[in-house]
Ligand binder design. Structure first.
Ligand code: EPZ
Length: 428
């Protein structure tokens, strides 16, 4: 088993380079199945969810070749429909995209029910609604989702009952080669939706309106391979912005799209953090006390739910009472129990966490209960003097490339250690 050992209290100073966006890489890698050709995808983050997705495609018959650390060539011509390994698919939510890609290419699909962070139900009823609107018959049975459209897929009008990132992506994947035009209403606006649409259009699709409420997909006969670079990860960038604020540091965070960070920057500036924006970087520093703040998570361009735990860690350090209202994911406050082990004064009332900040935190033994919760524990640990041990850090590896290396390079005292139940085996 592995854990992180952090000796906190040092202001982070220097430059952090942001990697490609996890939640754009997953749909785009899977969407390459639709091309039945060869695609080269660049700026891939070296994270376990991407490795897992590439492994799943390889098990399905695709030829995968890593050209460099962050460039991959995917030949999807040999791929076999319905052959994704259930035990791998069940490890992450991004597996849902296999449904849309298989349907779009083969007019049938069979995929194990997706897994991922434990936030509660994480239904896929809206995905199913989209597939049925396009002419597929869908069933969920014995842990598998199967669908088929024996007469092919036809354009349709899809109105999502709620804003869903995954549902919006899957509706695009399934409709790009349907006969006729599909209109997706109440679509998600996230930058990774736009990136996925841009990738598909580079492959010959005809998608307009991505990034707005209404996406129009004109079906085409076929797609072809392409070369495409993933956008930078706004959530990774926001996480390092919070780390700079938490440690009274000064970080240049490069390879970002500042516009994607607007809601995060706005809330950090409300807390007294200084942020300077440049073409593809932001400079983040904090010298005075952190002000209390109220945050409500919303679909993009609102404050992202994937930054909610990180903001919670920061609220522990702010003087006064802060309110953090989660409106997107059902149950995303488990990390507050871990912050309480460090001395945080926080309580959860319904979908709102209330932080009575300013009380001194101390190092402790804590768990990374999910991906972004793990990032929150790292931020809290970096901010407080003393040793914090974070276990179950495989969650963190799913979404953060070289977290230890990037933090060490800006002055963090952080170590990755391997241990069994009784002793430390190795230090990375
Ligand atoms: C994506 O999950 C991201 N994952 C999540 O990021 C992110 O938190 C989420 O979007 C919201 O931005 C990936 O992109 C791989 P949704 P997804 O469909 O697609 C409910 C991270 O940390 N819902 O927008 O599953 C659902 O239960 C991860 O990187 C339905 O009820 O999000 C959820 O509460 C965590 N029925 C809410 O909507 C449906 O058919 C948002 O889901 C679909 C969703």
């Amino acid at each position: 088993m592995e854990k992180l050992i952090i000796n906190g209290g040092t202001p982070l100073r220097g430059k952090v380079q942001i990697s490609g966006m996890k939640n754009a890489a997953l749909p785009i890698v899977v969407a390459s199945l639709l091309t039945n050709d060869v695609c080269v995808i660049e700026n891939l983050p070296s994270i376990s969810d991407v490795t897992l997705t590439l492994t799943i495609l390889e098990k399905m018959g695709c030829r995968i070749r890593m050209l460099t650390r962050d460039r991959v060539e995917i030949d999807s011509r040999p791929a076999v429909c319905g052959s994704s390994p259930v035990e791998l698919v069940s490890k992450m939510r991004g597996s849902t995209y296999l449904l849309g890609a298989e349907l779009g290419r083969w007019h049938r699909t069979k995929v194990g029910y997706p897994g991922g962070c434990d936030f509660g139900v994480r239904a896929i009823d809206q995905h199913i609604k989209a597939f049925e609107a396009l002419g597929a018959e869908v069933s969920v049975d014995k842990g598998c989702v199967t669908a088929a459209a024996p007469r092919g897929l036809h354009g349709s009008s899809i109105y999502f009952d709620l804003v869903t990132v995954g549902g919006t992506v899957n509706a695009m994947l399934a409709s790009v080669m349907a006969k006729g035009t599909t209109v997706i209403e109440n679509a998600a606006h996230e930058p990774h939706i736009v990136d996925t649409a841009n990738f598909l259009n580079t492959c010959g699709a005809r998608i307009t309106g991505a990034g707005t409420d209404t996406i129009k997909v004109r079906g085409v006969e076929k797609l072809h391979g392409c070369s495409y670079a993933i956008i930078p990860d706004m959530i990774e960038a926001g996480t390092y912005m919070c780390a700079a604020a938490a440690t009274s540091g000064a970080l240049v965070i490069s390879n970002v799209i500042p516009k994607h960070l607007e809601s995060i920057s706005a809330k950090l500036e409300e807390m007294g953090v200084l942020i300077e924006e440049y073409d593809d970087s932001v400079y983040v520093t904090r010298s005075g006390p952190l002000n209390r703040v109220n945050v409500k998570t919303l679909p993009y361009p609102g404050f992202p739910t994937d930054m909610q735990p990180q903001m919670g860690a920061l609220m522990c350090l702010a003087e006064g009472t802060s309110y953090l209202n989660e409106t997107v994911i059902e149950n995303r406050f488990k990390y507050t129990n871990e912050l309480q082990k460090m001395g945080a004064s926080v309580r959860v009332v319904g979908h709102t966490a209330i932080f009575d900040g300013g009380a001194p935190l101390s190092g402790a033994k804590v768990r990374a209960v999910d991906l972004r919760a793990g990032a929150a524990m790292v931020i809290a640990a970096l901010a407080v003097r003393g040793i914090t041990e974070i276990s179950e850090i495989d969650h963190i590896d799913r979404g953060y490339e070289d977290l230890v290396g990037k933090l060490r390079a800006v002055g963090a005292d952080i170590r990755l250690v391997v241990y069994n139940d009784t002793q430390m085996l190795d230090e990375a």
